[in-house]
Design a protein. Structure first.
Length: 152
């Protein structure tokens, strides 16, 4: 006795779906840890005049990772916007107005601790880094900060 045609078709369809899903999961190429990362503008002027005061930083993570975003001036000094912060997989976008982690200039004497501060005007190389279990990825580009008054 043969099984009914409907049962045979249903079993065949279910088998096809299971094999297709398994093949996709096994054979798909690994996605890069960090993708589509960058700054939307090559120059900002964070002087509160409403024109080019901010830029958007965008990136995608294929897997959870630790993220660092920093700017490095021509002398090699780094200014961190994000430093080793954990992120889950997904797409991210954040506005950057030139505010970075606290720092002091060599000739400044400041009582207390500077936690955040406007980055000095100048040319910078921005870098977005992602790290996870020994896997690392990064991308970089140029950003100019114009008309910034970083005096406290």
């Amino acid at each position: 006795m043969f099984p009914p045609k409907l049962l045979t078709v249903m079993v065949a369809l279910i088998s096809l779906i299971v094999v297709g899903v398994a093949g996709y999961l096994i054979l798909r190429p690994p996605l890069p840890l960090l993708d589509d990362a960058g700054f939307d503008h090559a120059q900002i002027s964070p002087n509160a005049d409403g024109v080019d005061d901010v830029t958007t930083i965008r990136y995608k993570l294929a897997r959870p990772a630790t993220i660092s975003i920093y700017l490095e001036n021509e002398d090699g000094q780094r200014y961190y916007f994000r430093e080793q912060e954990r992120r889950s997989s997904g797409e991210y976008a954040v506005l950057f107005s030139g505010i970075v982690g606290g720092y002091t200039l060599p000739d400044e004497e400041i009582a207390g601790r500077v936690e955040k501060r406007l980055i000095p005007a100048g040319r910078y190389t921005w870098t977005i880094e992602a790290a996870r279990d020994g896997e690392t990825a990064s991308t970089s580009g140029a950003l100019e900060i114009a008309n910034a008054d970083s005096a406290l």
